[in-house]
Design a protein around this ligand. Structure first.
Ligand code: SF4
Length: 278
């Protein structure tokens, strides 16, 4: 069940992201959102999972988010989890006690767009957080028993920052130890700063082969105890997935077999129509 608390993204500056460019960020009136919950509960009373939209719903503030979680819990008797996209700033702003309260109210999973653990890459894509911010927020979430699903964007540093991207991402992921980890590919879509950088030559995107090599090199350096890994988003060149560490050798074997057969073309630049789809 999707419940919309905020419209757009309060950050809305990431160089690759066109998701909310045309939406003015705002927090919806809480009463309207609670009415939506009531309506949703009448339509699908057995819903077990609720995702709170949009880009970073925790930006609505602790009191508002907690009130929403409390209401969701009261209306869905079979509720198993509440989740939302999160960013480092929103989690770091909350006290440990507030995070534990949200966890007790059912908020148990945050989707974090880490994109990269490379300091230079994060700065270049204007993520608004440093690698240390990312690790600190992950520790805070973990201490409150809120699981993270962390998203890495292959190719986010282009050719120039690929080494920083791989090295930094390995280090940050190994410190975070997320429950879920996904590799997506940075798609360059119209009306974004990244597309402008491509046009002006400031950003040289990776070829398909280089994207797969980044995936391989990053995965090789990642040491997890118990993480579900996926690389099966529409942006990915291939679909892979497995448990880490158990399936790591097999996943690396698949990537090693694919890299020599991959194209040396750049396919991550979207046309206008494709870009709008993303
Ligand atoms: S990637 Fe996420 S945080 Fe960045 S602008 Fe897009 S929605 Fe906002």
């Amino acid at each position: 069940m999707l419940i919309q608390l905020t419209v757009g993204c309060s950050h809305n500056q990431c160089a690759f992201c066109a998701m909310y460019r045309d939406k003015r960020y705002r927090v919806r009136p809480l009463d309207d959102v609670l009415d939506d919950v009531d309506m949703a509960a009448r339509m699908v009373p057995d819903a077990r999972r609720v995702f709170v939209c949009d880009g970073n719903a925790l930006s609505a503030g602790f009191e508002t988010f907690a009130a929403l979680c409390r209401h969701i819990g009261s209306r869905f008797p079979r509720l198993e989890r509440i989740s939302a996209y999160v960013n480092a700033k929103d989690i770091l702003r909350l006290s440990e006690e507030e995070l534990r309260t949200l966890r007790d109210l059912g908020f148990s999973l945050g989707y974090l767009g880490l994109e990269s653990g490379g300091a230079e890459v994060l700065k270049f894509v204007r993520k608004g957080a440093t690698p240390d911010d990312m690790v600190e927020m992950a520790m805070k979430a973990r201490n409150a028993d809120i699981a993270l699903s962390v998203i890495v964007l292959l190719g986010a540093g282009g050719q120039a920052l690929s080494d920083d991207h791989v090295r930094g991402t390995i280090e940050v992921i190994n410190r975070m130890r997320p429950k879920y980890l996904s590799f997506l590919t940075a798609m360059i879509v119209p009306a974004t700063p990244l597309m402008t950088h491509v046009k002006t030559g400031l950003f040289q995107p990776l070829t398909d082969r280089a994207v797969l090599r980044e995936a391989r090199d990053t995965l090789a350096g990642i040491e997890m105890n118990d993480t579900l890994f996926r690389m099966n988003h529409v942006s990915n060149l291939i679909g892979l997935g497995g448990h880490l560490p158990g399936n790591k050798a097999a996943l690396l074997g698949q990537l090693d077999a694919l890299i020599p057969r991959a194209s040396d073309a750049v396919t991550c630049i979207c046309t206008e129509s494709e870009g709008l789809m993303l």
